[in-house]
Write a protein that binds this ligand. Structure first.
Ligand SMILES: Cc1cc2nc3c(=O)[nH]c(=O)nc-3n(C[C@H](O)[C@H](O)[C@H](O)COP(=O)(O)O)c2cc1C
Length: 479
């Protein structure tokens, strides 16, 4: 089946079946929820070709109550999940993805009376979040996190648009969950609107959904953009939703496991949340009191699958969010961008441009940092168009041979960041100052004398490609 350009599965189960057919899935039986699932996930993600892992018969839980991890952790599964050619280079995948995103038109969800998610509905005394196999992912986690790759669904009380966000969720007891949302995130702004009106904030959360829905939940789209409409458009058909009985919020009908309830105002109740091993690779934000979610209804499919995505474990997947950054630059009027790549999730971002005027490079960096995608960057490196930003050797070469540290590095202080940053000083943390500095590094040839710059002695990309094609049988090089 040629999936290129189309998303060829309807839900998480079909996705896993397709991954299995491609030889990309491994079944793990009998693992312990306590650290073992987390450790296996990390070991598998570090392999040269990471596989999708489907855990069943989890210690102490009913057979069929499963957890999937590393769902999109390689070029093969990035291609399968998003309808991209897995044999193309990472940069070409980003280009195709960007082209697709560039034609975005919102596609509203449609309501259905029931769906797979309504196969089981527990309400009142029947609510029991403890019956699902929630991993303790890392050794020093302060709890068991059922929501790692989850979707938190909220509606703005005034403007009525629906926001999707991926925010971590832990289980305290049968009907109480914890949630952590970083300052400035839409979910946080929305819940504060309810609280300022003296109301609890209605919420629905899915803990298992297909990779497209999961993906859009973590996009940094501007205020007012409904990510569920992006998911519908990406699939070329509206997302089917059932309305939560308690909140009326739209819950994707093919979800595996979902709850609805309320995020309570912190004056009423708050509980210790964290620490949690985050995408930075650290437990930086410790434990503190956070608001709780009171669960009113739990919905789940027969034999539900929890979507486990401990942050920071992305294996060898292609950083498709680089395409969102690229589009953001274009929308801000920055032309002649040749590529964007993100390393260590987003800490180090590389933008390649064909310089057309003095200040072009700096403008690209500032356009990124001023956008919603500017959130918590550390180094933004701008390189010329002969540098492939996805090739770290190329990037380091440009940095070493074209950047004059005394004049080509600017440091921006007090940029939008997060308490998760391990580099925030203890004093700043005590003052709740969660900003960070960002280095904008111009590693392009200096624009005003670029034509006098020493010529490179390396062959052009075109010559290298032709040489490879002609001699590949003899050289037998892996690319
Ligand atoms: C696996 C994963 C886990 C995440 N966990 C959190 C989290 O716990 N809290 C948070 O604020 N953002 C988290 N994020 C980032 C947000 O999902 C992202 O910032 C998103 O844009 C939030 O939506 P919003 O812009 O509508 O607020 C996570 C992202 C991913 C991919």
């Amino acid at each position: 089946m040629n999936l290129q350009g189309t998303i060829g599965y309807k839900d998480l189960r079909e996705y896993l079946t397709a991954a299995d057919k491609l030889g990309e899935l491994r079944r793990v039986d009998g693992a312990d929820w306590d650290l073992e699932i987390g450790a296996i996930t990390e070991v598998a993600a570090r392999a040269a070709r990471p596989k999708v892992l489907l855990f069943d018969n989890i210690k102490g839980y009913s057979k069929g109550f499963r957890v999937v991890t590393n769902a999109v952790c390689s070029a093969a599964t990035t291609g399968l999940a998003f309808g991209l050619d897995p044999n193309s280079s990472g940069m070409d995948m980003i280009k195709s993805w960007k082209k697709r995103l560039g034609s975005y038109k919102p596609l509203k969800p449609i309501d259905v009376a029931s769906g797979p998610i309504t196969e089981n509905v527990d309400t009142g005394n029947m609510v029991d979040m403890l019956k699902f196999p929630t991993p303790r992912w890392h050794e020093e986690d302060g709890g068991r996190y059922i929501g790692t790759g989850c979707l938190v669904i909220l509606q703005d009380p005034d403007e009525k648009w629906t926001n999707f966000g991926t925010y971590r969720v832990c289980v305290y007891d049968r009907d109480t969950l914890g949630i952590w949302i970083s300052p400035g995130k839409h979910g946080r702004l929305i819940r504060e609107k309810y609280w300022s009106q003296g109301e609890p904030c209605p919420v629905a959360i899915t803990f298992g959904q297909d990779p497209v829905l999961g993906k859009v939940g973590s996009w940094y789209e501007p205020w007012g953009v409904s990510e569920i409409e992006i998911a519908g458009w990406l699939r070329n058909e509206p997302v089917q939703v059932v309305r939560g009985q308690e909140t009326g919020l739209p819950i994707p009908a093919t979800s595996e496991l979902a709850i609805e309830g309320y995020i309570m105002p912190p004056e009423g109740e708050s509980r210790s949340e964290g620490p949690f091993g985050e995408w930075t690779g650290y437990y930086a934000s410790g434990a503190r009191n956070e608001p709780v979610v009171k669960v009113k209804n739990v919905m789940y499919r027969n034999d539900p699958i929890i979507f486990g995505m401990p942050p920071g474990i992305s294996g060898k997947s292609v950083p498709l969010s680089a395409a969102n950054v690229w589009l953001t630059l274009e929308k801000a009027g920055v032309t002649d961008v040749h590529g964007v790549w993100e390393y260590t999730i987003r800490y180090l971002t590389v933008i390649s441009i064909k310089q057309k005027y003095g200040g072009h490079a700096k403008r690209a960096a500032m356009a990124l940092l001023g956008s919603t995608y500017g959130y918590h960057r550390r180094f933004v490196i701008i390189v010329d168009d002969d540098i492939d930003p996805s090739n770290i050797d190329d990037v380091l070469w440009a940095l070493s041979t074209r950047c004059d540290p005394a004049t080509a590095i600017n440091v921006i202080t007090e940029a939008w960041s997060t308490p998760l940053d391990p580099r925030i000083t203890p004093d700043a943390r005590a003052q709740r100052n969660f900003t960070n500095s960002v280095a904008v590094i111009n590693a392009c040839k200096p624009y005003h004398w670029k034509d006098q710059y020493a010529k490179t002695c390396y062959f052009t990309d075109e010559v290298r490609k032709k040489t490879y094609e002609k001699w590949k049988e003899v050289l037998r090089l892996e690319r």
